[in-house]
Design a protein around this ligand. Structure first.
Ligand SMILES: Nc1ncnc2c1ncn2[C@@H]1O[C@H](COP(=O)(O)OP(=O)(O)O)[C@@H](O)[C@H]1O
Ligand SMILES: [Mg+2]
Length: 394
């Protein structure tokens, strides 16, 4: 197939839509993330290519192809055409690598199986919940947190909880639930939490990603997420100028694992001081932070030798405990094969309604059912699985 910018644009658009549907995100966010993965700022590169321009470097085309095949579960045929339309001289090589012969046409070699598991496995054991459909409960927290973001000024929130209590899952849910298409949700799952959800910008910062601990990459990432231009050089002063002068839309910055951020030497007192100014008086109430921590943020910062007035702007904190019993029952009842009433009670009793324990025990039960195993060995297996998290129960 000859090189064709139009064809490339059409395939790219198809791929972006597939990812958007699979991950329940907006097109803007998907474009942002793809652009960011290629080391670009914001969504403009992807947007530009979708308008009928070819990327100048084949390395970018290949990188984009790998990410899109994986995240969108795109087929071999798409990949082949995508590469050829961009003028790739040897599309077969990458096609062979991602779709080895004998493994069928549909199942690429996956770099990361999380999106697939989240889609097909009714119970998610291990990774945080990425898709709103798999998220249960936290009704109390959702009402109160969205209540703080429905009106101006937007207010800052701290989510406090033990390891595996469900902090990261909650962040993903907050970010996605208001814009996810209703047909991707369970019946009766509320999504109309905000008056004009499309106007909000969401930026998820995972401080376990080493790049986020470097000041300049973090500032660039934040600007990309805010859809603001990136100044050169991108230092703290110029960043502050751009955000305080140009932010016109409500924006929520989700800072996951603040203790990892505090361990970074580049994120120093001056950095946190500037974030405080942005959050409190430079953006006209348009910007809020939400952070997660294992204990009160000011205490965490103190303990890590980085006290900062930034941590005093978190006036609202929520401690994540187990789910309510009704919420836990709803999670269990989502099993595609129903569990016997006594099994449901056993799972509730052993998990004390902690979502990660519920997930592991439900998974053990469902697996045994699917293999037609009649004994109660699944209970032993389940207990072994959750033994590492006994600190949640004490
Ligand atoms: N609201 C929820 N609904 C369903 N499962 C949840 C929920 N919150 C957490 N989980 C489960 O708990 C596990 C740990 O959650 P995670 O968000 O990674 O916790 P943390 O970030 O606090 O360590 C996830 O793998 C998921 O299975
Ligand atoms: Mg987490």
């Amino acid at each position: 197939m000859p090189k064709s910018a139009q064809k490339f644009a059409r395939l790219l658009t198809e791929g972006v839509h597939r990812i958007r549907l699979r991950e329940a995100k907006t097109i803007q966010l998907v474009q942002d993330e793809l652009g960011y993965a290629l080391g670009r700022e914001g969504e403009s590169a992807i947007e530009y290519w979708r308008k009928g321009h070819l990327p100048p470097y084949l390395a970018d085309v290949e990188k984009l192809a790998r990410i899109m095949v994986e995240r969108g579960r795109l087929e071999r045929e798409w990949l082949e055409q995508f590469l050829s339309s961009a003028g790739h001289p040897t599309p077969e090589a990458l096609c062979e690598e991602l779709f080895p012969l004998g493994q069928g046409n549909l199942r690429p070699v996956l770099l990361d199986d999380r999106p697939l598991l989240a889609e097909f496995n009714p119970f998610v054991v291990g990774p945080p919940i990425m898709h709103p459909r798999h998220f249960f409960g936290r009704d109390y927290e959702l009402k109160r947190i969205f209540g703080l973001w429905r009106r101006f000024p937007l207010q800052n929130v701290a989510i406090i909880g033990l390891r595996r209590s469900g902090k990261t899952s909650l962040l993903h849910y907050l970010q996605k639930i208001t814009t996810v298409p209703p047909d991707q949700l369970r019946p009766g799952q509320p999504r109309d939490w905000l008056p004009q959800p499309d106007r909000y910008r969401w930026i998820f910062v995972d401080f376990q990603d080493a790049r986020m601990g470097r000041r300049e990459s973090l500032l660039r990432y934040l600007l990309a997420g805010l859809h603001l231009p990136v100044p050169e050089p991108c230092d703290l002063e110029r960043f502050m100028d751009v955000v305080s002068q140009r932010l016109r839309q409500p924006a929520i910055i989700l800072l996951d694992e603040i203790s990892a951020a505090l361990a970074s030497p580049e994120l120093d007192e001056q950095f946190w001081g500037s974030m405080r100014s942005l959050g409190s008086n430079l953006t006209g109430g348009n910007l809020a932070f939400l952070l997660t921590a294992h204990q009160a943020p000011a205490e965490v910062a103190e303990a890590q030798g980085k006290p900062s007035p930034f941590f005093n702007i978190f006036g609202h904190s929520f401690v994540l405990g187990p789910l309510k019993e009704t919420e836990a029952r709803e999670l269990i009842a989502s099993s595609p094969q129903p569990f016997a009433p006594a099994e449901v009670e056993w799972i509730l009793g052993q998990s004390k309604n902690w979502p990660c324990l519920l997930q592991a025990l439900c998974h053990a039960r469902l697996t045994a059912l699917e293999y037609g195993e009649l004994s109660d060995a699944w209970q032993q297996e389940g207990l072994q699985q959750i033994a590492a998290y006994s600190y949640l129960l004490s």
